[in-house]
Design a protein around this ligand. Sequence first.
Ligand code: PMP
Length: 298
Amino acid sequence: MTRTVYVNGDYLPEDQAKISIFDRGFLMADGVYEVTGVLDGKLIDFDGHRTRLERSLTELGIEKPAAFDNLLDIHRELIRRNDMTEGTIYLQVTRGSAGDRDFAFPNPAQVKPTLVLFSQSRPGLADNPVAKTGIRVISIDDIRWGRRDIKTVQLLYPSMGKMMAMQAGADDAWMVEDGFVTEGTSNNAYIVKDGKIITRQLSTDILHGITRAAVLRFAFEARLEVEERSFTIGEAQQADEAFITSAAQFVMPVVEIDGVKLGDGTPGRVAPRLREIYLEESLRAVMPPCRTLCGQPY
Ligand code: PMP
């Protein structure tokens, strides 16, 4: 099936969607993005993703696209047109195209941001069998820029990290800076010791995961102890459990770090429980007031 995608106000078949070769997203990685999970045809934590998008745009001085206030409707329309039940909606905003290449930002009065959205249908995401066995991670140096709290499209190093992991026979990489784990290539990182969940504190060093915020809230409600602080790979290897969170993977257990198995090498109890709660609560989420597409699932 040809996907219907969204580009600057138009819904188009994916093979007819075009942006300029001068777009600053393409030339300079001058853009930001969001990935919102979809379960049972419903968007998960849409408001959190929209709020983070707004913050990323503000931090980089990129204007909000004209359709910013209609983003919920656009997301829903893509779900509907692509007959999607599980997967993700990808959104990208770039500073646009000034019709040439120049390091200086174009005048926002003249050059409007580019807005692109597309759906990624992934049936079976919630029942992903990998969640039963867990993933293996390796550690790599974190050599990314210093504003990882901004969700920019500069994803070359995280992609390289993922490739390094695959070449090492693992699934993903945790990045390490000054001896401490920052985060995974595309997820936040956690360990569990004596029932306590430990994850790095928020700062400009990591992305403020929307799934992280939800999972920590659910953990609090389930009376699980949470400590927000940095941890090393050595401490993680001694932990009882570990896991990652992201909008595309929800909560995913980690069973091996740099070749060292955690506990008995199986997912443990806390991560699978948090995954279960996260999926249940996301499916139960209350619909916000609906605008143009009343009747569509949120
Ligand atoms: N950290 C990084 C570096 C990421 O790329 C992502 C996912 N885009 C996350 C954390 C998780 O964020 P979220 O839960 O909002 O998907």
